[in-house]
Design a protein around this ligand. Structure first.
Ligand SMILES: [Zn+2]
Length: 131
């Protein structure tokens, strides 16, 4: 594939992207999201109803090593963690502080977004809530 750029471990699709940063491409007259295309080529057909999610929290990334399959629930959980679901803004309270995004939490604790995401998955981390 052309339109690819290496960024750390990630391989970014730098062609046409949508508002969420996902790459789009057309292959044999079919429209694909770039990360789903990459997953299909690396691992085979994506089962119906399954989503291709990013371990690296980097929507344009198409590195097959960073992609994994999840169901609708994983997808929603993932979007909640990243603070961009469709149900309105989400926030999280940690030690009395309110944060509106993973980015805010990572800035406050001065840790990278990836480790915030991992921390958020641990059961004793506070839950995101609607504001
Ligand atoms: Zn990646």
């Amino acid at each position: 594939m052309k339109h690819l750029k290496q960024q750390g471990d990630c391989i970014l699709f730098v062609g046409c992207t949508d508002k969420d940063g996902y790459g789009h491409l057309t292959w044999k007259t079919q429209k694909w999201k770039a990360h789903r295309f990459a997953y299909t080529h690396a691992y085979g057909i994506i089962p119906k109803g399954m989503y291709v999610l990013h371990k690296c929290d980097n929507p344009p990334c198409v590195n097959p090593d960073h992609l994994y399959l999840g169901d609708q629930l994983d997808n929603v959980r993932d979007m909640n963690l990243k603070g961009r679901n469709n149900f309105g803004r989400v926030a999280i309270q940690v030690n009395g502080q309110t944060f509106k995004s993973i980015g805010d939490v990572s800035k406050y604790y001065n840790i990278c977004r990836g480790s915030v995401t991992r921390r958020c998955r641990s059961p004793n981390f506070p839950k995101w809530q609607k504001l």
